[in-house]
Design a protein around this ligand. Sequence first.
Ligand code: ADP
Ligand code: MG
Length: 471
Amino acid sequence: MADWNYEIFWKETMNLIRKELSDQEFSMWFNIDYLRATEHEIFVTVPHPFYRDQVSSRYKKYIESKLKELTGKDLSILFEIKPSDVQIQAPALKKSTLRQSETPENSRNIPNSALSADTREEKKKGPHYQLNKDYTFDKYVIGDNNSFPANAALAIARNPGNSYPVFLIYGGVGLGKTHLMQAIGNYIYENSDSKVIYITAENFMNEFIQALKDDKMSAFKNKYRYVDALLIDDIHFFENKWETQEELFHTFNTLYDAKKQIVFTCDRPVSDLKKITDRLKSRFERGLNVDLQPPNYETRYAILKKKVETKNVLIPDEVIALISKNISSNIRDLEAALTKLIAYGELVGNPVTLEISRQQLKDVFASPKQSNMSIEVIQRVVAEEYKLSLIDLKGPKRTKKIVLPRQLAMYIAREITEYSTTDIGDYFGGRDHTTVMHSCKAIEERLQADPRLDSTIENLKRLIKEYNAKS
Ligand code: ADP
Ligand code: MG
């Protein structure tokens, strides 16, 4: 087939996308090079199969739609792996692991005495004293809400201090921040001789104050400034703790200059933190900041299913479905419901049926936190207000008359429901989550320029709530 050259279009597409995404997102995922093309296909290279899978599931359609805008043609993108360039390095293997992976012939050549004491000691390496041994990547279900954070975390764990020396995970309670952070810690600890410290922000402060009192600041500094990976959980706790912030600032700089890995979690975006010095905030924001969102139904189901399997208890699938359907707030609440059922089942010594589950979890399901506003209601109200059909609102048309209401509906869905951008995209004719993100951004920008839009949105929200209360 004849060669076609779409390279100029490719470059322009990348420029457009760079403007739409955050720098972090772009630099994380758009390590893509143009290779060659046929009339209907563009071949590009990515550094690693891991990237190929992620980029193709997250961005393929999005890139193709951008290309179509520029070329007017339906071009498919085909990913190939760049042969010599491996971006994510294999974990630094321990000596003992290397020996195990050698062929039996080779191992036999190693005299017994060469299996030195330190090797045996390494094999016995117990669990890390601060880390929960269950908080590993193996036990972390990857779903719509967390695939970007989880993959970034894995990349960081495999190559600490290199690709993203500062990593910050933020999101609401019970969404898996601590689990993901500790998975990084466990991975580094198990696969290398690196020194890993995990601590909550609160305990970091307590230790700091104690060290001051006991006149042991140099021991404190030695402990925190000579680690390979420092994980500090729940940094929103540092608000208003000025002395501790000062100490952390210097700890950060020392580790950063030494190219060590630093990981933080926070319950909100750093920009929303108050009473934290600007210079510390700018350090938090220096690296990759990713957010964890509430999981959708399928992910909730997958998480519960996995918990049931690892706990080795008998809970029928229909019960798992019931819980997943009714509890959408976060994963901690999901687990709590499951634990309650298991405890009940053990107590009465009967299998947990659907009926019993409904009975036992009635109050949990009825709590206000779980009553999710539906996206359909939002769509109906917005369509009615703008005199559009639902089909137009959800469909592909991009006339001016439709685009604003559609963006508003997506924006409001993002604000008042717990659905992820992926879910919302599904409700709008299978649009990609990046389109939803783009729409929300467009509304935010409009809000800046046109303050009247704010009251339009508030009015719509009120109508939606009224409608919801009636239905
Ligand atoms: P956070 O720190 O955000 O409040 P946690 O990390 O403590 O949340 O998570 C709450 C519970 O949910 C933990 O038991 C954790 O193991 C579980 N959990 C969270 N996310 C996942 C996931 N993706 N897969 C499996 N379990 C998860
Ligand atoms: Mg936590």
